[in-house]
Design a protein around this ligand. Sequence first.
Ligand code: ATP
Ligand code: MG
Length: 349
Amino acid sequence: MKKIILTGDRPTGKLHIGHYVGSLKERVRMQNEDEYEQFYVMVADAQALTDNYDNINKVRSNISEVALDYMAVGLDPQKVTMFIQSEIPELTEFTFYYMNLVTLARLQRNPTVKAEIKQKNFDNSIPVGFLCYPISQTSDITAFNANYVPVGEDQLPMLEQAREIVRTFNHLYKTDILVEPQAVIPSNKSCLRLPGIDGKAKMSKSLGNTIYLGDEPDVLREKIKMMYTDPNHIKVSDPGNIKGNVVFTYLDAFSNEEHFKKYLPDYANLDELKAHYKRGGLGDVKIKNFLFEVLNETLTPIREKRKVLEQDKEEIMHILFKGSDKARAVASEKLKKLKSAMGINYREV
Ligand code: ATP
Ligand code: MG
């Protein structure tokens, strides 16, 4: 089966290095492999509103920022259809019908949603729209017949929910028009859910613990200086802990042997560096300086490209509108099929 790829990001801020290793890198690889029929990348503004409905400006202003990040990392609008979720009103209609197929208890069991409710202090006043966002994500995926969805680990429960809705729908309406999607997650374990610079479980735009793709070198250096390591590793001679040490997690995600040759030739690879740290005698300043070089080398071309592209934000929006028109035509056709399958195609018979 040919791949139809769909993925997206919420315009709640600029994209960060967690997005890069968790999903963007995978997208660029898939784009360049050319093994797909269609490739959609969505700026999920409507989903972002489910917990930012009182801050429209934040969502609005970040739409072009996210699209800039897409193009800065190498997504090519000639190959990939980039669009804005709210420009496709058909998606809300999909959601309306899918809502009948999901129970409240099922939504409340979703571990990612659960964690986010806690993080956002919704307590007992959870907006219905927020709780339903996994359903709307199913609409985004199925409206385009997507079978491959490159995402970070926190999205796996959403994909599970989508597969359930697909199976329920096809079974109930005796059809096979909906396709069960499959998640594409990074093979490097450290990239599944990159922690924040504060050591918190996930780097996230909403937690303010990010390194942005466009961060200038001085900002990058400052953030690395503040980065969480091993609180018990006080003197250089102390043995250090690797587990939960953000610097090593980032090195796991980003460094390679070339980096060692170039910036830290005393060590052949990360295993040697880790062994020395564990033994004692290796200070945080040295590993942080190395991490700076590694990240700066990765981010420099992205930052430079972003600077050029941001000169013409109008063109960025034009690309998104063009993509939205193309995507809308696809979703609209699919909606007709969905309604026919359900038997609510009154004008057709
Ligand atoms: P928000 O805090 O608004 O939810 P976010 O930083 O979680 O923002 P999203 O737009 O929700 O970003 O996520 C977009 C994609 O990036 C998803 O596929 C998600 O799994 C992936 N992703 C986000 N953060 C990370 C991370 N820290 N590590 C790996 N992947 C991530
Ligand atoms: Mg998120």
